[in-house]
Each structure stands twice: as C-alpha cells, then as structure tokens.
Write a protein that binds this ligand. Structure first.
Ligand code: ATP
Length: 454
C-alpha cells in the first residue's frame, strides 16, 4: 500500500493544474476528468516515452492511429456486443447502480474475481448485502459497457456504432493493410495510442476508473508455437517501461488472472498491479488473445487474414500477445510514486520526485527580484535560450524565492535557476535541486549545454 493518500494527490493535482473535474462549472460529469496544463504535459511525456521505447527504437513495431468510430460489425465480430459486460445491481429505492463485484469486495467477500454472475448474485444474498444507502438491491444482470451512438443522420439499426472500448480492434482490422504495405517478418507488432470509452457502472478513485480513458496498446503477431516465449518477452519489456517511468519495483506485482475473470478473448493474462494510494490494483495487463480476433474478423468480413511465411511454410492466422497500458492509471501511479514529503525549515515540504524525462516542467527560471530591470532582462535572456533548448521551461517571478521553490517542488520541477546580482558580474546562476534542495553556482554556458537525453 502506498503511504500517500488519494485526497492529497487529488488536492495537489487540482491546485497546481494537473487535472480538473470534467465539466466542473456545471457540477461535473461523472467519470470524466480534464487534464490541465501540467497534467497534459506529464501525460504527453509518458506517451512520448512509450512511443520511443516501443515504436521508434524498434524495427518490428509499426505505429497506427485508427478511427475511434468503427463499423458496428467490428464489435459484433470481436465479441464486445455480446460479452463486454459488467455485473450490475440497482438500489431499488434510489435507483443508483453499482458493480456487483465491487460491492462484494467492499463487503469483504473473497475470491470474487473467480465467480460467475449467478454466483455473485447468490453471494450478495448469502451475505445479506444491501446498497451503500442501506436499501435492498435488485437482481443482478449484465450491463454492456460500450457507449452506443449513431453515425449519420438516420437513427436505425444500420447506423449504430460504438465509441471504442479498447484501441486493439483498430489494429486487428488494419493487420492486412500493414502486412500488404510493409511485408513484415513475424513476429511483428502494431502499436496505437488513443482514447477509449467505457460506460463504467461506478467510476471512482479519481482518474483510476473513468468513462473516457486513454490506452497505449501493442498487438504482437506471433506463430502459435512461440506464444509462450513471446509472452514472457513482452511482459518483461512492459515491466522495464514501468521502471523507466520511475515506478518502484517493489510496488509492481505480476498477478495471473484466473480463467473466470479473463476477458472473453484471452487464454492467459498477467496483470501488473501497483500499490496505489487506494490499494493494490490493476495498472496494466498482458494478454494472450490467441487468434480469436483475426479469426473472428476473417469469418465476419470474408477477408483472408492469413499470414504467408516468407520461408514457404503453410499460411496461418497469427496469434496475438497484447501488452496494454492504461495511461490515466499510469499518470496516477507516476504521481503517487513521486509524491514525497520531508521537513524543510521546520515545515512539511511536499515535492514530486519525478524523473526528469517525465517531469512536466524541466526547469524554472527566475530573477531574484522582479523589480530590478537589469536582473529581469538577464533572466529573460537565459529563459529564452533555455526554453529553446529544453522546451518545457517555466518563467516564475511570482512571490518570494521561497514560495517559488515550494510551487516548483510541488509540480516536480527538477531544477530552479535564479539570476542574481552575481550573474551580472560573472555569468553564473544559482541552480537549486528539487530533491536535495542543495544550491550550486553554475556558469550559464554549462546550463545551456545539452545533457545526454534519456
Ligand atoms: P478493470 O478490471 O480495472 O476494470 P480491465 O481488466 O477491464 O480493468 P483492460 O480491459 O485490461 O482493463 O484494459 C486495459 C487497461 O486500460 C487497464 O489495465 C487499465 O490500465 C486501463 N483501463 C481499463 N478500464 C479503465 C477505466 N475505466 N479507467 C481508467 N483506466 C482503465
């Protein structure tokens, strides 16, 4: 369990401009959060790091960006129309809806993940579980989590579409296109980053469970004979990426998903759980999807989705290993891991110990006094040059230096640079380190010499 409290993270995130409640001025929209200026930069840094790690630095991964709206036949063939369900019960008085498995877990019932929907219904009765408002519950039923919509002006069955609940299907339907364009050797992967939508019965825990989320997914196409070793390879790469983002190894746990709890397409799944402030919960997953999706799409579309090996051996429908990353949960895990408190001048100091390549602001630049034009002019010069070099550099002349350091600590800025009177004499600046609070004098020329980037 993390020592950090969720409410501290939420408060900092809101106060400092990482995330705001979606549609806040209208009272919000449950399950939606808006990323503010720092949140979106943090998220973008994570996405960029992922893209570099899994796509740009490899020759066997092809990136794509498929449309969110897809032909409804995609979701019929993939099994989502039939099976992308969560167990729902309703408070018979208030009509509020709850996820039955969550109610069972919240009431201390064990091994819920392995229960069928009928067993969950029985367990609710056996344990006399009522709604959080103390009222009786309705019978349990399956609830499909896809957002349904209509494409075009007519609203009949033929115009139905869904906001995608995962990015994966966009890759399966483009499998043949990429093979035809690039003739990749097997194994190879498609990768995609994008929004997904799930009409969660009870969104909760800040950005952990939302209705509009973002995912980074890879579909690795393999020969069935090698699925096990490929699974291990990608599971291990997934962990390497978590560590690269600064998540501590001892807070990451591989948990095998029991057959009853696996998604309808999966034959073997290992979730990575993380010690969040809200407890040990799923951060991401790695699933062996077999050839379920391509077989289903080949049958439903009538297209040949076989892979033809270059060595002349028999064509086959590839099997798939899918490492999946939920970006919102990753952002939460990164902030949770970085959230630190120490004592400074007899007071608690809150700071985000973010790795430099993840931090939304790389450097803050201030003149010691904002009413001294010579300091401001010099500081502006340094700021302009630093911004050109590092991009996300912040000008901060608000309040006294102590307050500026506090603010920058809270948003995880690794370095604060102050231009003072000595700078005017010898072109050196004070650089203050976020984690140690140590201050050193550095020539401006050194500050503006590129470091090896990660
Ligand atoms: P859970 O069991 O927590 O509902 P899941 O097993 O349904 O999650 P997957 O279908 O494996 O999740 O989705 C892949 C990843 O997408 C998850 O590991 C998670 O990081 C993210 N994710 C899924 N649902 C949500 C959600 N409602 N809010 C935020 N992230 C989500």
């Amino acid at each position: 369990m993390s020592e950090t409290k969720l409410e501290d993270i939420v408060s900092l995130a809101k106060r400092r401009g990482f995330m705001y409640q979606g549609s806040e001025i209208y009272g919000g929209l449950a399950g939606t959060w808006d990323y503010g200026p720092l949140g979106v930069q943090l998220k973008r840094n994570i996405i960029d790091a992922w893209w570099k790690f899994f796509v740009e630095s490899r020759e066997d991964v092809y990136g794509i960006d498929a449309a969110i709206l897809m032909n409804q036949k995609v979701w019929q063939a993939s099994g989502h129309v039939e099976g992308f369900n969560d167990p729902l019960v309703e408070d018979v008085k208030t009509k509020k809806r709850y996820r039955a498995d969550h109610l069972l877990e919240d009431n201390g019932v064990e091994a819920v993940a392995a229960m069928s929907i009928e067993q969950m219904g029985q367990a609710l009765k056996d344990h006399n579980i009522v709604s959080p408002d103390g009222n009786p519950l309705s019978d349990i039923r399956q609830f499909n989590m896809m957002f349904k919509t209509h494409v075009g002006a007519s609203e009949d069955d033929t115009s139905v579409s869904y906001l995608r609940p995962e990015t994966a299907q966009g890759m399966f339907v483009n499998f043949k296109n990429v093979v035809d364009s690039f003739s990749p050797d097997m194994p190879f992967a498609l990768a995609q980053v994008g929004k997904a939508f799930r009409n969660e019965i009870s969104p909760r825990d800040f950005i952990f469970r939302v209705r509009e989320l973002e995912q980074m997914e890879l579909e690795v196409f393999v020969h069935p004979d090698v699925w096990k070793e490929q699974f291990e390879t990608w599971l291990s790469l997934q962990k390497d990426f978590y560590l690269y983002l600064g998540l501590p190894a001892d807070k990451l746990h591989h948990v095998e998903v029991p057959a009853e709890d696996r998604a309808h397409y999966s034959k073997h799944s290992i979730d990575t759980e993380f010690d969040f402030a809200i407890g040990q919960k799923e951060l991401g997953g790695c699933a062996y999807r077999t050839n379920h999706d391509l077989t289903a799409h080949a049958a439903a579309s009538g297209k040949n989705l076989n892979y033809i090996p270059k060595d002349g051996s028999d064509p086959f429908i590839p099997h798939v290993i899918e490492p999946t990353f939920g970006i919102d949960r990753l952002v939460l895990a990164v902030i949770d891991s970085a959230y630190s408190v120490d004592q400074s001048n007899g007071e608690d100091r809150v700071y985000l110990r973010l790795p430099e390549h993840v931090a939304p602001v790389k450097m803050a630049i201030s003149p010691l006094l904002k009413n001294k034009p010579e300091l401001v002019t010099k500081a502006r010069e340094v700021f302009t040059a630093a911004k050109k070099m590092y991009g996300s550099v912040l000008w901060d002349d608000n309040g006294n230096i102590g307050k500026r350091y506090r603010r920058q600590d809270e948003i995880g800025t690794p370095q604060c640079v102050v231009i003072d009177f000595q700078t005017l004499e010898d072109d050196t600046v004070t650089v203050r380190d976020r984690d140690t609070t140590d201050q050193i004098r550095v020539p401006i020329a050194d500050l503006l010499t590129p470091k090896n980037s990660n």
